[in-house]
Write a protein that binds this ligand. Structure first.
Ligand code: SF4
Length: 169
């Protein structure tokens, strides 16, 4: 038992990553400032899955956890496109989802922006050879920004949102 406590005292806490947490804190602060400056402190995102493997959505779900906590920065995922400023599009844009995606896009009030998420919408992910695909997304939608990755991590998504907001000058 003594050996256990000795080892624990010498090793310290290995599950914490201070550098990472500091990076996230900086991104959070910058995001909050940009949302306040450009969207009066409230940015609503309608996520649309146009035929993904759901890993991109899982990473987006993580944005709600206490480490990233996007809602406290004024960024919310909304259920209705009518309440949205931004459409965040994941997936390969299948034939079956095409009309639903375009319908959601039509319902978002102006001014509006489309951000593509993950490698699927730009036809770089594993499913790009399928006959059932109508992509790339930019052939059908005015894509304002692309967040790459397969899947992009929550940190990459946050950095992407920050870059998108800064590109709105
Ligand atoms: S980009 Fe990768 S992780 Fe995201 S939906 Fe496509 S295959 Fe899945």
């Amino acid at each position: 038992m003594l050996r256990f406590w000795e080892k624990r005292a010498l090793t310290g806490v290995v599950t914490e990553h201070r550098g990472f947490e500091n990076d996230i804190a900086q991104i959070r602060s910058a995001l909050k400032d940009e949302v306040k400056k450009r969207f009066a402190g409230s940015l609503a995102i309608r996520m649309v899955d146009s035929g993904s493997c759901n890993a991109c959505e899982a990473e987006c779900n993580a944005l709600s956890n206490p480490l990233y906590d996007l809602e406290r920065l004024g960024i919310r995922f909304v259920a209705s496109p009518r309440h949205a400023d931004v459409m965040l599009l994941s997936g390969v844009l299948t034939f079956n989802m095409y009309h639903h995606v375009m319908d959601a896009w039509e319902q978002i009030p102006e001014p509006k922006w489309c951000i593509t998420l993950g490698d699927c919408p730009v036809m770089q992910a594993p499913f790009r050879q399928s006959f059932a695909i109508k992509g790339p997304a930019e052939a059908h939608l005015p894509v304002a920004y692309h967040i790459p990755g397969c899947p992009p991590s929550p940190e990459v998504i946050m950095r992407g949102l920050l870059a998108f907001l800064r590109s709105l000058d």
